[in-house]
Each structure stands twice: as structure tokens, then as C-alpha cells.
Design a protein around this ligand. Structure first.
Ligand code: HEM
Length: 493
């Protein structure tokens, strides 16, 4: 009788521990908590068995996790238990992107390098063929970014950036209709106006604040069709700055949200402070309400969002017979999320690019003069600014591409495997993080000779570059959504 109850206790506690561990990569913390609870509630035998099996499972779990790449024959730096290779990132000595650079450069002969982001095995790709496979050819195996910075209640959680599966595809396709060349041509004057008044204002210096202000004005007029802000301009600028505030506590919080999403949920960690989230929710709601109530017939991004939030359901059609194959609920939250996404996905990326371009021009008088000359002669030819004129500024575009090579706004991409698979002859498990270190690849002399030199001629049409060695906007079905918009706004500035 006694042995029967011990056996059943054993299995129950074993299943219990397994469930806990599966529930999060940091599941063992939950075991420790449960042990404390069980100690208070249950018999001493149960406590002893849970403790014993919990400890054993924990040790095995750490052992297997920390040998993931060794077993697979993938080169890697030796990890520490639990923190893996993240100790210096955790101590805030290193930005994660620099750590990827270090790993990338340490194994020059390899197609891929293993890494341990805490207990999560990640694969850092070095080979452009593998990158093409992940981003494009086998996209269905690597469709999502995985847990990334935000928690489920965040205003960003329903944005295309964070969405996955069929909902992602449907919303993305719907938004894409607003980024066509035709639509961009229509909003061109609204992009131009804030740029021209910025230049007329003769700013004495260029810094993140000034450029962010310009980018916000461009988004407001071009994408939301608003000249006068619904709330105070100063407050908006302060809050935009707060989105990416580089405070140590904030950075640690974002690391937690990315690597331990379930634990972060328990600890109530947030992507943005609640007041900031509330501020942007209310701003986006006001913008969409205003647009719904005024007679503004521009067929643009905001119009699509207004239409979206009026819908109760969204249908997904079968490409072959054009019949509805699936349906999902549309919510106000989905529309709000896409509206806010501009600030998240567009603001810092565009501002950083403009600043870096100005920085490179300040160092290279030759390139600056050549770009200025081109702008002047194109404006003369087209009799001033127009969509066509801006598109003809080829050298300026080369300068932008070269700036993005040296200073990519996003230094790495992440994909998560959605099933067990094989990549470059290595068997990898479902949920493995695949890292594409854009900065490291673009600074690799194998891909670009003399990589530290600012040389826009690399992107001259005659110099064909390997497409998958230059990925500032990524590639494949998840390529940056704002492609057309950013070129035009940056060239105008
Ligand atoms: C210089 C400016 C920009 C750069 C360098 C840039 C770069 C990128 C990169 C590298 C990605 C990641 C794609 C991936 O994971 O494969 C991305 C995604 C995205 N970008 Fe941009 N971006 C810029 C501006 C913008 C703007 C202005 C918008 C405005 C809507 C935007 C919207 C997005 C969205 C929605 C995604 C997620 C796409 C998806 O997951 O389906 N970006 N961008």
C-alpha cells in the first residue's frame, strides 16, 4: 500500500515537473517555487521526491541544453550554465549585436556558429546561401520572429511585426496595398512639405531629437493625413523618445521579455511603461476617430485602418478558387497596433539612417559634393521636386545603401523554427532561434572588400552585389513593409 502510493506520487511529481519545465525555458525557477509551496502544503515524502526528481531533471536539463551544439558538431563558445553566452550582455558590457560580431568573426571557416542565449540554443548564420534558405526558400519552416521584446498586453502585440501565421499574412497583405508606387506618388507632396520646412528652418546641428521630430512630422502628414497634432507636439516628441529609452533597467526588462516571455508575464514586465502605452493608445484612437469623422477622401494607410476597425471579421481567401477558406475576428486593437507600428518600426530606423548618412557625408567631401551635384542637376531637369525626380537620384540612393551597409538600423534578424528541421546538414529542433547577423555579414571582407570604407560605388548597377550579403531591409515574405516610404522620405531630407 505504502509502495503503491509512493509509486503514484513519483509519477505524479515527475509529470508535474515535466509540465513545469516544458512551460518555459526557465521552468526550473517554477520548480523551486513549487517546492517551497509543496513544503508548506504536503507530506515530507512528497517534498523529498519532488526535490530529488526536480534536481535530477534540472541537472539533466541544463546538461543537455548546454551540450546542444556540441552534440550536433556545430562550433561555439563554451557556455556557462544558465546564462549560456549572455554574461557580458547581461552585465550590459556589450550590445547583443557586437556579441554576434565577435562570434561571427571567431569562426571564419564555418557556415554557421552555435550560441547559447541563456538556455536557448541559437544558430548564428554566416553563409549567404543558408540565409537565403531561411528567409526565402524555406520561409514556411522559419516564418516568425518568435518572442520579441513585447508582452501580450502591449500595444504592439497585434502588429504585423509580432503577428504570426495566417493572421499575419492577411493583415500584412491588406497594409501592403497602401504602400504601392501609385499610393506613394499621391502622398509625395505630404512627405516633401515637412522636409522643405525643415531645410528652411536651417537647423544648426543634426541630432536624434531633431531628426526624430522631422520623421514624426512626415509620418503624421504622409501616413495619417494630419498637419496639426491632436495632442501637444512637445508631449508627443518626449513620448516618442521614451519608446527606445536606453536605460539599464529597461534593457534588462527587454532581455527578459525576449528570452523568458512566460516568466516575464508572471513578473508583470512590460515593453513600455503603462503610461506610455496608454498615451499611444489614446493618440492612435484619436487619430483614427478624427479620420472616421471627417470627409478626407485620400485612399491611404489610415483609411485602411479605419475600415479595418469597422469590420467584425476578416476573411482569408483560397487562392485557387477565390472562396473564403478561413475567418478571424477583427478588433480595434489590431488597427491601433498597426497605427502605432509606424513609431516603433519606422521612427528610429529612419532617423538613424538620416543621421548616419549625414555623418558619412561629413567625412567624405567627395561623396557629399557628388550627391549634391546630382540632386541639383536632377532638380533642374525635372523643374523642381517630384516623385520622378527623386527616383532619378541614383547616386544618392547608392549613398543610402552604403550607409545602411556600414550602419544597419536593425543589426540582426531573428527567425524561429516552427518544426524540427535540418539546416546546412545540421538537425535542429522546433523553436530554435536562427540569428542573421546583418551587421557582421555586411562588414565581412569576404562580402565587401575594404569593409570600413564608405564607398557608394559598390552599389553602382555595374557592381552586382550578393543580394543576401546586404540585408538592411531583410528579404523574403517578411521584408520590411515600409520599403517605398523610407527611400522617398530619406532622399527628400
Ligand atoms: C531606414 C528605414 C528602415 C529600415 C532600415 C527597416 C528595416 C527593417 C528590417 C531589417 C525589418 C526586419 C524584417 C525581418 O525580420 O526579416 C523590418 C521589418 C518591418 N518594417 Fe522596417 N525598416 C525601416 C523603416 C520602416 C518604416 C518607415 C516602416 C513603416 C511602416 C517599417 C515597417 C516595418 C514592418 C511592419 C516590419 C515587419 C514586417 C513583417 O514582419 O512582416 N519599416 N524593417
Amino acid at each position: 500500500m505504502m509502495s503503491e502510493s509512493i509509486t503514484s506520487m513519483f509519477f505524479k511529481s515527475w509529470e508535474f515537473i515535466q509540465d513545469l519545465i516544458k512551460s518555459d525555458s526557465f521552468g526550473y525557477t517554477t520548480i523551486i517555487i513549487s517546492l517551497l509551496v509543496s513544503r508548506m502544503l504536503l507530506t515530507s515524502e512528497f517534498v523529498a521526491f519532488t526535490a530529488l526528481w526536480g534536481l535530477l531533471y534540472l541537472c539533466l536539463n541544463i546538461y543537455w541544453a548546454m551540450n546542444y551544439w556540441k552534440i550536433r558538431g556545430v562550433k561555439h563558445f563554451k557556455p556557462w550554465p544558465i546564462v549560456g553566452n549572455m554574461a557580458r550582455v547581461l552585465k550590459l558590457e556589450y550590445h547583443l549585436a557586437y556579441y554576434y560580431d565577435e562570434i561571427y568573426n571567431a569562426f571564419p571557416g564555418e557556415r554557421m556558429v552555435g550560441m547559447y542565449e541563456f538556455m536557448t540554443p541559437s544558430l548564428v548564420l554566416r553563409d549567404t546561401e543558408l540565409i537565403e534558405q531561411v528567409l526565402v526558400k524555406d520561409f514556411s519552416t522559419y516564418p516568425d520572429h518568435g518572442p520579441f521584446l513585447m508582452e501580450p498586453k502591449s500595444i504592439l502585440f497585434e502588429s504585423v511585426f509580432a503577428m504570426s501565421g495566417i493572421r499575419w499574412r492577411a493583415i500584412r497583405n491588406r497594409l501592403l496595398t497602401t504602400f504601392t508606387t501609385g499610393k506613394m506618388r499621391v502622398i509625395f507632396p505630404q512627405i516633401l512639405a515637412p522636409c522643405q520646412s525643415f531645410v528652411k528652418g536651417k537647423p544648426k546641428c543634426l541630432n536624434v531629437e531633431i531628426i526624430n521630430e522631422l520623421a514624426v512630422k512626415i509620418f503624421m502628414t504622409a501616413m495619417f493625413g494630419i498637419n496639426i497634432l491632436p495632442t501637444g507636439e512637445e508631449e508627443l516628441m518626449i513620448n516618442c523618445k521614451r519608446i527606445f529609452e536606453p536605460k539599464a533597467t529597461r534593457i534588462l526588462q527587454l532581455i527578459f521579455l525576449t528570452y523568458f516571455p512566460k516568466l516575464s508575464n508572471v513578473l508583470n514586465l512590460k515593453f513600455m511603461p503603462r503610461d506610455l502605452d496608454d498615451y499611444f493608445r489614446s493618440l492612435m484612437n484619436t487619430i483614427l476617430d478624427q479620420r472616421e469623422n471627417i470627409d478626407f477622401e485620400r485612399n491611404d494607410y489610415t483609411k485602411v485602418l479605419v475600415e479595418m476597425r469597422k469590420q467584425e471579421k476578416m476573411n482569408i481567401y483560397n487562392m485557387r478558387n477565390d472562396k473564403v477558406s478561413q475567418t478571424f475576428d477583427m478588433t480595434n486593437e489590431i488597427a491601433l497596433s498597426q497605427a502605432f507600428m509606424f513609431f516603433f518600426a519606422g521612427l528610429d530606423t529612419v532617423s538613424l539612417l538620416i543621421l548616419h548618412l549625414a555623418f558619412e557625408f561629413s567625412k567624405s567631401k567627395y561623396c557629399q559634393d557628388k550627391a549634391r551635384q546630382e540632386v541639383r542637376s536632377v532638380l533642374k531637369k525635372f523643374n523642381g521636386y517630384s516623385w520622378e525626380a527623386v527616383r532619378e537620384m541614383k547616386y544618392l540612393e547608392q549613398c543610402i545603401l552604403e550607409t545602411l551597409r556600414l550602419h544597419p538600423s536593425l543589426q540582426f534578424l531573428v527567425r524561429i523554427t516552427d518544426k524540427d528541421t535540418e539546416l546546412g546538414g545540421v538537425k535542429i529542433k522546433k523553436n530554435t532561434r536562427i540569428v542573421i547577423p546583418i551587421h557582421s555579414i555586411q562588414m565581412d571582407p569576404k562580402n565587401f572588400t575594404d569593409p570600413n570604407k564608405f564607398d557608394p560605388e559598390r552599389f553602382n548597377v555595374e557592381n552586382q552585389q550578393n543580394k543576401f550579403a546586404h540585408l538592411p531591409f531583410s528579404d523574403g515574405p517578411r521584408v520590411c513593409l515600409g520599403n517605398h516610404l523610407k527611400y522617398i522620405s530619406i532622399k527628400n531630407t
